[in-house]
Design a protein around this ligand. Structure first.
Ligand SMILES: Nc1ncnc2c1ncn2[C@@H]1O[C@H](COP(=O)(O)OP(=O)(O)OP(=O)(O)O)[C@@H](O)[C@H]1O
Ligand SMILES: [Mg+2]
Length: 585
């Protein structure tokens, strides 16, 4: 066999273990579809034969059999169409269920990857993999195997009929089969190459579009609409060029195929004339023969197209697989639960460098945050404050050293139990397109309405929520109201109140609030901080005054800590930062 078919087979073998398990749940339906196909093929074979018989009756003089023949034909047609309906309906139902299963699984997997995956793939590219590419998996999981079965059944039944009707004529027709093979042998690899290029460039294009749409304000404020437009045109052009090439091969294939079919038909009619003249064949039987032969083009073309069709789909499967194969930075294997009783955090000899970068964010840093203590974490932008929060949440594994909570290394407990005990208000708040209350419930699904309202009041969010006509039921995000950065921050803090975890990390949680709201918040936080270990990350020194202690991150990845006055007197960097801050404000 030629290389491309063999390669295809190898690909299929490597991707099948990934994608076949999702179809297992529908095994019974697949068997049912196979049975439907058998009935449909038999019905079609009978239909063509009956059609020929009707023609024979019409060309003869005795019409007595015509009514019965047509009646049987009508019944078989009805049967055939009913089974076709059942087949396609089952097919659609099974494919949609399958797509749902894979999509859900892929999204869950991406969620376990969370941080690293955002560095590996553009968001638009991921969405393309999640939608288009997964849709295409159906082709080789369901479409191709069932089509192959249907084609094989048709081939066997129709070829048997051809030989049964007239074996010499059948031989002549089948001798022309290699022409079809040559056609596909020539075009399949070319289509595969074009398809691969097209999908890569199309992924780039989607990525570019997603970036543009996510950044409309930035684009307008830089006045770069023209530039973006021409970059988009260039990206589209690359995808278009290969998309056209791919389609050109399809069109060429179809045209040449039709040409070959007519050629075979002409040769058969010419050779069949001899049989009719000698009385070996009736006109009706020759009609049946030609119809069988004509319809044989369906499986021949279908089977020949399978490699062409699959080449694009295997590309899609590989793109889905690449995401499925991406390993999370952190493996959640421990089954032990973390039970926080005190809330002491010990950072022991911690070294961390982001994957694919060289500059260490932490370099043998050690520190203890005592149970119930409120520590302000300060340092220049980019010094690693948010990274420390991410390490405490175990989004990344440190290269050296460890973080312990109440004496337990966080790497030895389940991620879920760790994250249940730590509540973080991130610099970029986390909200989905839903109502305000829906978003608050994400933080704690069991919170009562009274608790939710109390949390909103404590986080100074109630005031603006109340001003909306639908109050807590107001939709935010897409198709909803737009909140300001400060309003989002207040909602994030309400989420933290609701999570009610023994360890609290606030990453620039109040940076966008006015001084008055901040003061209200500080007193509410004081309440929240009671009996909790709290880490406040802030640039504004006004918001860290109430902390028990200050932890200062230097740019060399080392941590220093002490009372504000101590650090101020003894550390030049810290002093400069504070002085700069206070003169500015
Ligand atoms: N996902 C990432 N991959 C690679 N490097 C990263 C990643 N996130 C952050 N960094 C780098 O790590 C360093 C620390 O970043 P981090 O976000 O922790 O700083 P930060 O102290 O929180 O700064 P800011 O005050 O601006 O929020 C920076 O140099 C940043 O460029
Ligand atoms: Mg940060």
């Amino acid at each position: 066999m030629h290389a491309s078919l063999w390669q295809l087979f190898k690909w299929l073998k490597s991707v099948s273990p990934f994608f076949l398990p999702y179809i297992k749940a529908d095994k019974v339906y697949i068997l049912l579809m196979c049975a439907f196909l058998l009935v449909i093929t038999v019905a079609n074979t009978v239909m063509i034969w009956l059609l020929g018989s009707a023609v024979s009756i019409l060309t003869a003089t005795d019409y007595s059999q015509l009514n019965t023949t047509l009646l049987i034909l009508a019944v078989v047609v009805l049967l055939n169409q009913s089974f076709q309906f059942a087949y396609f309906h089952t097919f659609n139902a099974v494919s949609l269920r399958y797509i749902g299963r894979v999509r859900t699984h892929l999204l869950s997997h991406v969620m376990t990857l969370s941080h690293p995956v955002t560095g590996l793939y553009e968001r638009g590219d991921l969405i393309a993999r999640l939608s288009n590419d997964i849709d295409r998996l159906i082709t080789f999981v369901l479409d191709v195997p069932l089509n192959l079965l249907s084609h094989l059944l048709v081939l066997v039944f129709y070829i048997a009929m051809l030989f049964w009707i007239d074996w010499q004529l059948a031989l002549i027709a089948l001798l022309l089969a290699p022409l079809f093979y040559l056609l596909q042998h020539f075009l399949a690899p070319r289509k595969g190459r074009a398809a691969n290029k097209f999908f890569n460039y199309n992924g780039d294009l989607l990525g570019f579009e997603a970036q543009t749409l996510g950044n409309l304000r930035g684009i307008s404020s830089f006045n770069v609409e023209q530039e973006i437009q021409s970059r988009h045109a260039a990206a589209f052009d690359k995808a278009r060029c290969w998309g056209l090439k791919m389609r050109k091969i399809d069109v060429l294939y179809n045209s040449v195929f039709a040409l070959l079919i007519y050629l075979v038909g002409i040769i058969v009619v010419y050779s069949g004339l001899d049989g009719i003249q000698s009385g070996r064949l009736s006109v009706g039987v020759l009609v049946s023969f030609i119809v069988y032969l004509g319809y044989l083009s369906v499986p021949v073309r279908g089977i020949a197209q399978i490699p062409i069709q699959l080449q694009g789909d295997v590309g899609a499967a590989e793109r889905v697989m690449a995401v499925m194969n991406s390993k999370p930075n952190v493996v959640d294997v421990a089954s032990d639960e973390l039970h926080v009783t005190q809330g002491e955090i010990v950072i022991r000899d911690l070294s961390f460098t982001y994957p694919n970068t060289d500059k260490p964010v932490f370099n043998r840093a050690s520190e203890t945050i005592r149970a119930g203590e409120t520590v302000a974490l300060v340092g220049a932008s980019g010094s690693g404050k948010s990274t420390l929060a991410a390490l405490i949440m175990r989004f990344y594994e440190p290269q050296h050293g460890s973080i312990e909570v109440d004496g337990v290394n966080i790497a030895s407990v389940s991620l879920a139990s760790l994250r249940r005990n730590v509540s973080v208000v991130w610099q970029e708040p986390f909200f989905v397109s839903d109502t305000i209350i829906g978003n608050l419930r994400l933080a704690n699904p069991h919170a009562s309405k009274a608790q939710i309202i109390a949390a909103c009041k404590d986080s100074v969010a109630w005031e603006f929520i109340e001003s909306f006509a639908s109050g807590l039921e107001t939709r935010i995000g897409a198709h909803g109201v737009n909140l300001s950065v400060g309003q989002y921050q207040r909602l994030s803090i309400a989420q933290a109140f609701l999570r009610d975890a023994p360890i609290l990390i606030l990453d620039e949680a109040s940076s966008a609030l006015d001084s008055e709201s901040e003061q209200v918040l500080v007193s509410a936080l004081q309440k929240l901080r009671a009996n909790r270990t709290t880490l406040i990350i802030a640039h504004r020194y006004s918001s860290i005054r109430s902390a028990d202690r200050v932890m200062y991150l230097t740019n060399d990845g080392v941590m220093l800590s002490g009372k504000h006055e101590q650090l101020y007197n003894y550390h030049e960097g810290y002093k400069r930062a504070v002085q700069w801050q206070t003169t500015v404000s």
